[in-house]
Design a protein around this ligand. Structure first.
Ligand code: 6PG
Length: 238
């Protein structure tokens, strides 16, 4: 099946489209199972979206029933400029009363292995009755090398099929902290919907590869291996 790729004029338009999708998914999730589990992406692309969710869409999303998670985190303190949590906190969490208390942070400052094991346990037991988390929506970005979350090309984390969170290391050319924790395909692919937010001309070759060759489990680009229970949507600009 050809990938679902939607192209937008700019990041603002892309972010509104993503917010509309999240609004609909949240309403549907709360109606069907009484809560909305959203896995946030790091990096810079989602900042505009998070601001929209905290402002224009704030009263259109059932935030009191929402639980937020992270697809990856850098191994830095939560106040560090490289922290994905810090970006989400500034753009979204502090603007929605009570949301921070239902946000499950990856404690990267504890070191990758300790933080990964702790987060794996959270994902498996965060809800009463210990039913493991299955995200209603997972947000993902891509790097110019085709990574997503902190699943980098050639990483052993690509072949992890048991643990839901593992240590990872960004390549030397990545400007931010290299030591990471990343979620793995088993938990990412268990999401109902995946939204891949892609902005910037440097990522266009990856998008064109996926447009031509489709997504596949053995793609050289980790992002192209992502699947979902219902739909993987690429929202692209630039
Ligand atoms: C991270 C992200 C990563 C990000 C891409 C795109 O922690 O770095 O999770 O996967 O989504 O690198 O980053 P930009 O949005 O900054 O281009």
């Amino acid at each position: 099946m050809p990938p679902d790729i939607a192209v937008y004029a700019d990041l603002a338009e892309l972010s509104h489209a993503a917010a509309d999708t999240i609004e609909a998914a949240a309403q549907g999730a709360v109606s069907s199972h009484g809560r909305f589990s959203l896995c946030l992406s790091g990096g810079s692309t989602p900042r505009t979206l998070y601001h929209l969710l905290a402002t224009e869409y704030r009263n259109r999303i059932p935030w009191s029933m929402a639980h937020l998670f992270f697809g990856d985190e850098r191994c830095v303190p939560p106040s560090h400029p490289d922290s994905n949590y810090a970006m989400a906190r500034e753009a979204l969490l502090t603007h929605v009363p009570g949301l921070e208390a239902r946000t499950y942070r990856i404690a990267g400052e504890r070191g990758a292995e300790v933080a990964a094991r702790a987060y794996d346990a959270v994902l498996h037991s965060v809800f009463p009755g210990k039913d493991p988390v299955t995200f209603d929506v997972v947000l993902l970005g891509i790097g110019s090398d085709g990574h997503t979350a902190s699943l980098f090309p050639g990483s052993p984390a690509l072949d992890e099929h048991d643990r839901w969170a593992v240590p990872a290391e960004a390549p030397p050319d990545v400007a931010t902290a290299r030591a990471r924790v990343t979620l793995t395909y088993p938990v990412l692919d268990a999401a109902l919907d995946a939204l891949i937010l892609t902005a910037g001309a440097d990522k266009r070759p990856i998008v064109e590869h996926v447009r031509a060759d489709g997504a596949s489990p053995d793609s050289p680009y980790p992002v192209a291996r992502i699947t979902a229970r219902r739909r993987v949507r690429w929202l692209v600009t630039g």
